[in-house]
Design a protein around this ligand. Structure first.
Ligand SMILES: *Cc1c(COP(=O)(O)O)cnc(C)c1O
Length: 482
């Protein structure tokens, strides 16, 4: 029987093959197309051509896997991927993932993986301080992503507002609960409302002002009306760096309204939270320290591999109140030590150690390394805005972050313009960017999400955009003369 360990010499050989392939890909990402040609049937066929009743040699299997990943993925690590907040993963975080896989620590109970657990506690404490919470009050838990962290926030807010919820659920709640977020907030908030059994109707999507921030006048009026109509407002979510346009809500203003009406105030800083590591950007997050809880994704701007989000709160007891459960079969050491078991703090039970990769990256780069990287990306973002303006594009958002929504104003009412230009660029394999509607009109959205993106890369992007526009313009002219 073949041991699942394989033999030491096979392992050496496979490690070497894998590392050689990955190193070539990692150091030379730029030589690939940014996006694959999306032929669904070809991809499905490629995945299914292996038959598990006739196993491959380990070398064949590995080759099939890494080549498939290379050929059939949008290359988010590519410096000309200007897309969503999907970074190139920094190298320490990649090693951190490998180390995590080999030790495979179980983070349900503290006593099984004390070192990995204390790494996460340390990171929660350090980031809590960076966000301005006072040291004694910081608590939190790592989550798989911003969606889970936001769901954790909604659950905490529910348990805070309705202390009997843990026992009797919604059946013990008399008035209909409602929560508030801006129309630009991330849809994971809606998913959370649906998951906790409130449904979409419990969400008030507050319109944004011209600057794409939540309109606090409307927020206040809506809450007043809801109170008057017999609803029970319990939560308001501000966003610090919206997914679409990088807008930052007026956090101190939201705090005040939350206090007036006794609401939990959560800040979704999944992307923008990184700004606290940069002295020039930090002031834009003013007021985040006044929140009750924060979502922050390290797998976005901090460029660690996927599955690393932090939920941080300044209410020490709320996570236990929300997730505690008695489980007789779990290791009991926690009872005698001054520690908490993560399974009493998290939606998850068996849990991967998410913190290790962030810990390794921070040990190697330090806060200073992150500050420099964030500065570089912000500068490239500012340069991109300048280049676009010079070429007759109008920037439609005003984020201090390197997220740029732009349009040629001559085509504002032409719904095909963005689609056609973007399709040409993506099909060419040279760059990847997205479309995002600003006040209902499609715009181009380019984000400097990769720390390796250089001036040369953004110059090339602007040329590709200009070319796309020229092609379209001449096509329109030709149609006119026909
Ligand atoms: C990306 C994002 C999320 C969702 O986070 P995941 O890590 O993708 O689960 C939530 N909120 C905001 C503002 C985001 O940008």
């Amino acid at each position: 029987m073949q041991s699942f360990d394989l033999t030491p010499s096979e392992r050496q050989e496979l490690y070497k093959f894998t590392i050689d392939f990955l190193e070539k890909y990692y150091s030379d990402t730029k030589s690939n197309r940014v996006s694959p040609r999306l032929d669904i049937s070809e991809i499905v066929k490629e995945v299914r051509k292996v038959d598990f009743s006739a196993p491959l040699t380990s070398k064949e299997a590995l080759k099939h896997l890494v080549e498939g990943m290379k050929n059939y993925s949008v290359q988010t690590p590519h410096p000309k991927y200007f897309g969503l907040y999907n970074p190139r993963a920094n190298f320490p975080s990649i090693l951190g993932d490998l180390i995590t896989a080999v030790f495979n620590p179980q983070l349900a109970a503290w006593s099984h993986s004390p070192f990995a657990n204390e790494i996460e506690n340390y990171l929660i404490a350090e980031f809590g301080k960076k966000f301005g919470y006072s040291t004694e009050s910081i608590d939190g838990v790592f989550a798989s992503g911003g969606a889970e962290a936001n769901l954790t926030a909604v659950l905490c807010a529910v348990n805070y507002a309705f202390p009997q919820f843990a026992k009797s659920g919604w059946f013990g709640v008399r008035k209909r609960p409602v929560m508030y977020c801006s129309a630009e907030s991330h849809h994971s908030v809606h998913k959370a409302a649906k998951t906790v059994g409130l449904g979409y109707d419990a969400i008030r999507n507050i319109p944004v002002r011209k600057d794409l921030k939540m309109d606090l006048e409307i927020l206040k009026e809506t809450i007043q009306k809801d109170v008057h109509d017999g609803y029970q407002p319990f939560l308001v979510i501000g966003t610090a760096g919206t997914t679409g346009t990088g807008a930052i809500d007026d956090l101190p203003g939201i705090r005040k309204i939350a206090d007036d009406f006794g609401l939990w105030f959560h800040v979704d800083a999944a992307y923008g939270g990184a700004a606290v590591l940069h002295p020039d950007l930090k002031p834009y997050l003013n007021g985040i320290s006044l929140s009750d809880s924060i979502t922050f994704d390290a797998h976005k701007w901090l460029s660690v591999t996927m599955g690393t989000s932090l939920f941080i709160t300044r209410h020490k007891e709320i996570l236990s109140e929300t997730f505690r459960i008695t489980a007789e079969y779990m290791p009991k050491e926690a009872k005698d030590l001054e520690i908490v078991d993560p399974f009493t703090h998290s939606i998850q039970w068996s849990r991967r150690a998410y913190g290790i990769k962030l810990y390794l990256a921070l040990m190697i780069f330090g806060w200073e390394g992150y500050e420099k990287t964030i500065r570089h990306q912000t500068e490239i973002g500012e340069k991109l805005k300048g280049l676009l303006k010079n070429s007759g594009w109008t920037v439609m958002n005003s984020s201090p972050f390197p997220v740029v929504c732009f349009m040629d104003e001559n085509y504002l009412d032409n719904p095909d313009f963005t689609k056609t230009v973007i399709k040409n660029i993506i099909d060419s394999g040279k760059s990847w960017l997205s479309i995002y509607p600003v006040f209902g009109k499609p715009t181009f959205r380019a984000c400097i999400t990769n720390y390796n993106t250089s001036e040369e890369d953004i110059e090339a992007l602007v040329s590709e955009l200009n070319e796309g526009r020229e092609i379209l313009e001449s096509r329109i002219k030709n149609q006119g003369t026909k």
